[in-house]
Design a protein around this ligand. Structure first.
Ligand SMILES: *[C@@H]1O[C@H](CO)[C@@H](O)[C@H](O)[C@H]1NC(C)=O
Length: 247
């Protein structure tokens, strides 16, 4: 009985404790709201900020992109026109994209990649060239039921995925897309945190990634994964916008 009681308490208290932690976190992060993705994690090591990731317009403001049709929806570099150094990454190895702090907004993540026709550092990523590499799963939206609290307490600073063994060798843009859904019940309300890294895939294979899409162009902004009320009723399923993940 005692064991059952204590596990019952754990189950019932855990979300409240998380919400409390969330509130503390949100108070602490108001001054530096939102986030950026200045680093890759390649060969187990985080790269220094804006070295292998193109410096985004919001490197200081941390502001999101909200217009899915703007050119900044691709790599968010229109102001500085920044490029970066390209880092070698072996096919089959782990690659991470790292934020400057916790990715605390309610939401999901997609990673897109595009193979440059030549030198990636001078390539803008235009055309139907992007495939979806990874998608996060359905978030547990129950934690966000009180509108004022839209921050997750136990959140990741980075996402990690495998560079496919069959991905052809060559230079790629790797695009991080973190979609924040805490205020997305109207068109243009979803917030997109975006950054593009430059990698040189070595020892790759002969796969043909697809389907290929253009960015911007891939989203209309009214997909059920972008135009969504996460508070009422609380969604129990979630459909990522855009193409299927390449397998
Ligand atoms: C990419 O990797 C290949 C194979 O190691 C190498 O020959 C080439 O110089 C690299 N390119 C860049 C831009 O790093």
């Amino acid at each position: 009985m005692t064991i059952r009681n204590s596990s019952y308490l754990n189950r019932t208290l855990a979300p409240e404790m998380r919400l409390l932690a969330s509130l503390v976190l949100s108070l602490g992060t108001i001054a530096s709201a939102h986030y950026i993705f200045p680093s890759l994690v390649a060969n187990g090591v985080a790269t220094s900020e804006w070295t292998n990731v193109r410096r985004t317009n919001n490197y200081y403001s941390r502001e999101p992109v909200t217009n899915v049709k703007s050119i900044d929806f691709r790599c968010y570099t229109s102001e500085a026109g920044a490029t970066a150094s390209t880092i070698d990454v072996a096919a089959g190895s782990q690659l991470g994209i790292q934020a400057n702090g916790p990715m605390y907004h309610a939401g999901v993540v997609n990673v897109y990649m595009a193979k440059a026709p030549g030198d990636v550092s001078t390539w803008d990523g235009s055309g139907n060239v992007w495939f979806k590499k990874s998608s996060s799963g359905t978030p547990d939206f129950r934690f966000y039921r009180w509108r004022k609290i839209h921050h997750l307490p136990c959140i990741e600073h980075s996402i990690t995925f495998t560079v496919p063994k069959s991905l052809p060798s060559g230079q790629y843009l790797v695009r991080m897309e973190s979609i924040a859904l805490h205020d997305s019940a109207f068109v243009g309300g979803a917030q997109f945190y975006i950054a593009c890294g430059q990698i040189n895939v070595t020892g790759g294979g002969s796969g043909s990634p697809g389907p290929l899409v253009a960015i911007p162009g891939v989203y209309s902004g009214t997909e059920p994964g972008i135009l969504i009320d996460i508070y009422y009723p609380i969604p129990t399923t979630y459909v990522q916008p855009g193409p299927v993940v390449w397998r």
